[in-house]
Design a protein around this ligand. Structure first.
Ligand SMILES: C[S@@+](CC[C@H](N)C(=O)[O-])C[C@H]1O[C@@H](n2cnc3c(N)ncnc32)[C@H](O)[C@@H]1O
Length: 260
């Protein structure tokens, strides 16, 4: 799967910052220990804090978003603290595998898992065509939204595409008894958007330009693209629905047509 953003990969930037912080800390500590035998040079947590500070500074220089800075500051110090807790390595492997199964390649897709709430699902339901049609959820997560919509509109056919194994499995199980829902484990960039009256996306800002280009190429004439929370940059929405929920959700509505 291609990275949909022209920006450098945030994971690469993070690794660079951490390695740079580690190298600078090593040089600093090695240099200082030649001229001093100070005790603090043997305190791993202090050295880890120094590494965290330097990694955060490098991340700042590399134009990392500011929310990465506390992660850089805390990563190595937390590693040192957790190392001292003497936890069996199998637990770390299990946690890693679990996170991988839930979030899959978020480092590439830049789309984490969060779910459409009930108020937004109700607003969405009102915007579905009155006549039977096909509806596609790009990245359907745990299938909760599709289940809700499919129960309310048994005359419509719903398809959910999900690439993360665990959410996909949960979606399959949740929608198993519904004849009007199909859940596919795919990368949605490889799935055609044609033939659907409504394409729903709740993604992140990163893939929106690429999604717009795909929608323009593939969506059927008159079909509606609804994006939860993330507008298409530089493309005024034809309508915006303000949902009366706690996070002030906004739905952006478009009828993509090919350029030119
Ligand atoms: C923000 S969640 C939205 C879940 C669901 N649509 C909802 O509204 O409740 C986005 C989902 O898209 C999935 N996803 C991201 N990129 C994907 C891709 N290229 N192909 C398939 N699924 C993807 C993620 O794994 C995640 O479950």
């Amino acid at each position: 799967m291609r990275n949909s953003s022209p920006e450098p990969s945030p994971l690469r930037t993070a690794v660079l910052a951490q390695l740079g912080g580690a190298a600078a800390t090593f040089l600093f500590v090695a240099g200082l220990s030649r001229i001093s035998s100070a005790d603090f040079l043997r305190i791993p947590l202090l050295i880890a804090l120094l590494q965290g500070g330097l990694a955060a500074m490098i991340a700042l220089k590399l134009h990392s978003p500011r929310w990465w800075l506390p992660i850089h500051l805390g990563f190595m110090p937390l590693g040192v603290i957790v190392h001292g807790l003497d936890i069996a390595p199998g637990w770390f492997l299990a946690a890693f595998v679990l996170l991988l199964l839930v979030f899959w390649r978020t480092d590439q897709s830049r789309v984490p898992l969060y779910l459409t709430n009930a108020a937004t699902a109700a607003a969405l339901l009102k915007r579905l065509p009155d006549t039977p049609c096909r509806i596609l959820d790009l990245g359907c997560g745990d299938g909760g939204l599709l289940r809700r919509l499919a129960l309310a509109r048994p005359d419509c056919l719903f398809t959910g595409i999900e690439h993360a194994p665990l959410p996909w499995l949960v979606a399959r199980l949740r929608c198993a008894g519904l004849p009007n829902v199909t859940i596919l484990r795919r990368d949605f960039w490889s799935v055609s958007l044609g033939g659907h009256a409504v394409v729903y996306a709740f993604l992140s800002p990163a893939p929106m330009p690429r999604l717009w280009a795909k929608a323009q190429r593939e969506m059927s004439p008159g079909a509606l693209l609804i994006s939860n929370s993330f507008a298409v940059p530089g493309q005024p929405a034809e309508a915006t629905i303000e949902v009366a929920d706690r996070r002030n959700t906004r739905l952006f509505l478009y009828h993509p047509v090919p350029d030119g």
